[in-house]
Design a protein around this ligand. Structure first.
Ligand code: SF4
Length: 374
């Protein structure tokens, strides 16, 4: 550990066990699930020590640059056969506000994104019962008609599995076909918590942990990078959060196909979990713990820890940037999924993102999907 940068004074208030774990993290050692679990329960002075350790590891790994991307979300349909209890976005086909975007509408959105200077479109939708491979290919071809070089970051592992089931095709063939049609990378969403006990409660119809891992590894093997996400704040325990982080680390150790890790705070409003009983979004303390422990457990494996302004707001985002995060995600232009669950912010201009970063005396830089600086 660099004792000149993080002195005994900085982490001394922590009790000896926690202090020992932080010292191991600062020495570049890999933390176990049990150690991650302990850190995920840090409180008071311990939390301060955890945050300082994560900030120090962030500084060593990626320096003072904070990145963001200019991108647009396109959620092509909210019709979904899923039953995820944390989701306020899905609709049944008969719901009055169910929608499917036409290819012309998608074209118009891509045109607007290109005019705005976006380098990426992020395309995801519900698991539409009538959608097969051809519908997904149509979306890719439509985007490619407008731009041959915009990065298409699209179709979660749950969507890829849905296509494979609809068509009766092996997952590898589905991914290859989409890749050949212009897909550039895959969002590592639908991960939620990669522990089946949790999935059985919050998303019983969704792909299992092992299927998510299989699809992600197949993407990586076929040359498609993905992100990795974690939805926290529903019914999982600190141990299960740490298990999730360890599994992401294990996959990365094998494939090196993850570009970033994205902790996603559960937004409860209008979701079945919320209407089942009173629930609040994770507290700021929870958010700090998750971002900081992600930085420490994934150190040496995933350099980019993203924080979501859509979920945490401007101040929350700045706090996470001081607790291990180094990326602000994108401008988005339009955000539908978190908004459905009570999120207030829908879009940020590049200038606004840069101001957030500059206020912390860090260095804003625009990036591509795969983290080349622009
Ligand atoms: S999270 Fe996705 S798969 Fe689950 S219900 Fe919502 S739209 Fe459907």
């Amino acid at each position: 550990m660099s004792s000149s940068l993080l002195t005994r004074m900085d982490i001394a208030p922590a009790e000896p066990e926690l202090e020992g774990i932080l010292r191991r993290a600062l020495a570049g050692e890999e933390l176990s699930v049990t150690e991650g679990e302990r850190l995920l329960q840090a409180e008071g002075e311990e939390l301060g020590a955890l945050v300082r350790a994560a900030d120090e590891v962030r500084r060593r790994r990626v320096g003072e640059i904070v990145t963001y991307i200019i991108n647009r979300n396109i959620n092509f349909s909210n019709i979904c056969v899923g039953n995820c209890k944390f989701c306020a976005f899905r609709r049944s086909p008969s719901d009055p506000d169910a929608y499917v975007l036409t290819l012309e509408q998608i074209m118009a959105k891509v045109r607007e994104a290109v005019r705005f200077g976006a380098t990426e479109v992020c395309v995801q939708g519900g698991l539409h019962p009538g959608f097969g491979l051809e519908n997904y290919l149509d979306i890719l071809r439509t985007i490619r008609k407008i731009s041959s070089n915009i990065h298409i970051h699209a179709f979660s592992p749950a969507e890829l599995d849905h296509i494979a089931k609809q068509e009766g095709l092996p997952i590898e063939e589905v991914i290859k076909t989409l890749h050949d049609a212009g897909l550039n990378s895959v969002p590592g969403t639908a991960a939620e918590i990669l522990v089946d006990r949790v999935r059985d409660i919050i998303c019983s119809k969704k792909i299992s942990t092992s299927r998510w891992v299989e699809i992600i590894k197949t993407c990586h093997r076929l040359g498609l990078p993905t992100t990795a996400t974690m939805l926290y704040g529903t019914v999982e325990t600190p141990h299960e959060r740490a298990q999730h982080l360890a599994l992401i680390r294990e996959i990365q150790h094998e494939t090196w196909g993850f570009t970033e890790f994205v902790p996603l705070a559960f937004m409860p409003y209008n979701t079945p979990l919320w209407t089942d009983g009173e629930r609040s979004p994770p507290s700021i303390v929870e958010n700090l713990r998750v971002h900081a422990v992600a930085r420490l457990m994934l150190a040496e494996y995933i350099d980019n820890i993203q924080t979501s302004w859509v979920k945490l707001g401007s101040l929350g985002t700045q706090l996470m940037l001081c607790a291990g995060a180094n990326d602000l995600s994108g401008t988005l232009l339009e955000e539908n999924i978190t908004r459905a669950a009570g999120g207030k912010l829908q879009a940020m201009l590049p200038r606004e993102l840069e101001e957030l970063i500059l206020e912390l005396r860090r260095i804003p830089r625009q990036r591509t999907t795969t983290y080349e600086l622009i």
